[in-house]
Ligand binder design. Structure first.
Ligand code: ADP
Ligand code: MG
Length: 385
């Protein structure tokens, strides 16, 4: 009973307080040494009949949602007799009953013959976990059904034409175009394979801008000097290109830099990640967490099946350990959570609508307070035709 009480505590299950009426009933047939409070201790002399009457009385208490009976088989009776007795109560009960019987294997082989016996566990910890999971499942089932929203402004045809026939990692401009087809807010990008063409491109993005070296083998661009921030004009971009080429060469990665990207620099904000994978067994799964370069360090990520309902998206945002950071600490303004909900819903849709997307990684999404524009500044998408 002590083990069960500890297991209840650690699984978030509350021990019911038995009513005085039930306690009085138990007093009428249990020995004076018995404890008639929860957890009831019938003491070692308890007979199968005592179990039956106690179980019936306890289940009858409106404060009780489920009962667990525990028996360490004594010499005085056979556990099969105990199960025959209590299975009658279980058959009539409207509440779940769990049994913990620390009996030898033979008992477990034979007990199946008894109709309506309760589920039987060897240890109270397992029984308590089963009860907790059943309770969670009931809570989940009781929630009103909710549809995952669809978006009328999504350009399905454009997304399909970007994805059509592709394999592997998408080029950055295609990856961003895919997000734009789903009306996800991104920082505009221009790309070139010849680094000499890059400075002129920056005139179109505007300043301050960011320079990046990309390629399917460059997983973390910033690790190899492939990201330069705060470039204020074309000449700074030209200088940054030179420095970047030197850094890439020094890291032995010059050949991995297939394309160069210039992108409008987003205002500073809180860096988050939205990820997606298509799991071969369970399907499209969306991830949300605190992101940027620290994602692997923080490991603060939650998951849901895509497409998401609005409640899923809201629960993801409040479900990370660092959720308080989104509300702002030490005078910081809160981030625009409605914008994040929208981003999650649309990304979930994108992943669910297009089975050829195997994996996507929006990292970082730079979140802003209300009135600002939360933007995706880096995205990787892996597809299979
Ligand atoms: P990678 O993840 O491959 O290292 P990112 O494009 O995510 O490359 O850039 C690394 C970091 O640089 C980001 O986490 C962010 O802090 C910053 N950064 C990248 N692009 C921008 C941008 N357009 N505006 C502002 N900051 C950016
Ligand atoms: Mg990134």
């Amino acid at each position: 009973a002590i083990m069960a009480t500890d297991a209840a505590e650690s699984n978030g299950v509350k021990l019911a307080q038995l009513s005085e009426r039930v306690e009085a009933t138990l007093r009428t047939f249990l020995p004076p040494e018995a404890s008639c409070r929860n957890p009831v201790d019938m003491i070692a002399s308890a007979s199968p009949e005592n179990y039956e009457r106690t179980l019936r009385a306890v289940l009858d208490d409106p404060a009780v949602d489920a009962a667990m009976l525990i028996s360490v088989p004594p010499v005085a009776f056979d556990s099969m007799d105990l199960m025959r007795r209590v299975s009658g109560v279980c058959a009539a009960a409207t509440k779940p009953v769990y049994a913990v019987v620390m009996a030898p294997d033979a008992f477990y082989d034979e007990v199946h013959a008894i109709a309506n016996h309760p589920p039987i566990y060897r240890f109270p910890e397992n029984a308590m976990r089963a009860f907790r999971d059943a309770a969670r499942y009931a809570e989940w089932k009781a929630k009103p059904a909710e549809d995952a929203p669809t978006f009328g402004d999504v350009d399905q045809m454009r997304a399909a034409s970007i994805l059509g026939g592709r394999d592997g990692w998408l080029e950055p401009e295609d990856a961003f175009a895919l997000l734009e087809a789903y009306r996800l807010p991104t920082a505009p990008v221009r790309t070139a394979s010849d680094p000499d063409d890059v400075p002129a491109l920056s005139r179109a993005t505007g300043y301050p801008c960011v320079l990046k070296a990309t390629g399917s083998r460059l997983v973390h661009k910033s690790d190899v000097g492939g990201v330069a921030l705060n470039l204020r004009d074309e000449s700074e971009v030209a200088a940054a290109v030179k420095t970047m080429l030197a850094k890439l060469a020094a890291a032995g990665k010059r050949d991995d830099a297939e394309r160069f990207v210039v992108q409008r620099q987003a205002p500073a904000g809180r860096e988050l990640l939205i990820g997606g994978v298509r799991d071969p067994k369970i399907g499209p799964v969306l991830a949300f967490g605190l992101g940027g370069k620290y994602v692997e360090v923080l490991k603060d990520v939650v998951f849901r099946l895509a497409p998401l309902t609005r409640s899923d998206a809201v629960a993801m945002i409040s479900g990370i350990r660092g959720a308080a950071l989104l509300d702002g600490v030490r005078g910081e303004p809160a981030v625009d959570k409605e914008a994040l909900v929208e981003l999650l819903l649309r990304t979930g849709r994108l992943l669910a609508d297009h089975p050829s997307i195997l994996e996507l990684d929006l990292n970082p999404v730079i979140a802003q307070p209300r009135g600002g524009r939360t933007l995706v500044v880096d995205v990787r998408v892996r597809v299979a035709s």
